[in-house]
Design a protein around this ligand. Sequence first.
Ligand code: HEM
Length: 457
Amino acid sequence: MNTLPPGPEHLGLIDTLRCTFGSPALVIRRLAARHGDPFRVRTFNGPLTFIGNPAAIRAIYTADPETFEPFGVDVTEPIFGRTSVVVSTGPRHRRDRKLLTPPFAPAAAKSYASVVAEVAREAASQWTPCQPFSMLEAMQSITLDVVIRVVFGVKGEARIRDVRAAVLDLIHAMNPLILIMPAIRRPFGGFGPWARMLRATAALDALLSEDIRALRASGEDRSDVLGLMLKARYEGGEGLSAQEILDQLRALLFAGHETTAVTLAWAFYWLHREPDTLARVLAEIDGLGPEAPPEKLLGLPYLDAVCLETLRIVPPVANVGRVPRKPFALLDYTIPPGEPLVPSPLLVHGRDDLYPEPERFRPTRFLERDFSPFEFIPFGGGSRRCLGATLAMVEMKVVLAVLLREYHLRLASAEPIEHVQRGITLGPRGQVPMIVEGRRVRPIAREACLDRGSAVT
Ligand code: HEM
């Protein structure tokens, strides 16, 4: 008996290109329909097994964490840093997760709601009525500022501006070649992408180190993630070193910024394609009254369902895998050590036995039934499930509610937008151009906006 899952011999060149630059969901779902779920396919990086079957996902997420290594660490290490929780394994990973859990626990995450609301209002105050703008860029800017203020705990306009500039420099220095070609990770006498990235990292680290030193010296009791991280102690009583804190902060930046931004841009997109859904969520938000504190928004069930449905239909992270250290029993198959397993949200979220009419954006499905942690996996699962999941949900709900309550928006184009690979995350193709039609309290004439062309694509 063949102990490996069925599948095509190779992922052909066209499908490889589609998975790298186009829509991997179409490829993965087609292969699962043809070969079964799970299926195994040989890619340029070796064989991978994709899994959308909840029983098989359960087997992976509930296995002893020591069974697996994380997948793709060599690719992501330059992004996340050598000692960060995103790439560490074994006892070190367990220790760091425990240490980093309090700043991301639900009570802490909820306490960040008013800062998130403030950041969203400030960003939207720059919007010009009737002008198309990039919703994706707007959300990237909001989620970046949330990381800077909530995670790094930076305060004061000038300081926020300096840190933002340093962070953007680092983001721009993340040349994709560094990720796919480890051989070029050399300083080359100060020239080239690796040297640029090291310089950008050092510049951001220098700014954050000043804040860490000042915070330690002042003994101030702060409730942002950095403040809580500085207070945290391992079981033996020792805390994280300054370098470890810097690695963790950079990892949180890269894990939390783009993922939340693309999900928010998608939520605006889907809501503005589905007028009934938009009307229902607006009625729920308006029901709280104009002065409702941001924390109140977190308890709105339909708003919650809108965020969950966005994460279901267009998950931003799809290729998170586990590499078994020894032969692993997956349903009736045996996966050899070293062969990555990928629990795939693209597959499980598209199953019509779980999500009838899976291609439809229908938030009520999340009000009609509960989904298990093996059926709904936008934040991964098991011992490495996303540490920032609660913060991400807080961010999404507050940003959506604050902006929807305030602005009349519309999509600049009626064309559907594809869900495509963008670097290490999946997101919308293009910028999700939208137009502000006015403030909801005093909408401007709709016709006034209709003649303007779309400059953002
Ligand atoms: C919509 C937004 C987000 C999505 C969809 C998302 C998704 C994910 C996924 C799929 C993983 C891998 C889980 C696994 O291996 O099973 C992950 C890991 C992680 N995420 Fe998120 N994430 C989001 C936002 C955030 C935010 C806001 C933060 C923090 C600021 C964050 C911090 C992390 C960290 C630290 C890990 C590594 C956990 C570990 O390896 O133990 N994420 N995320």
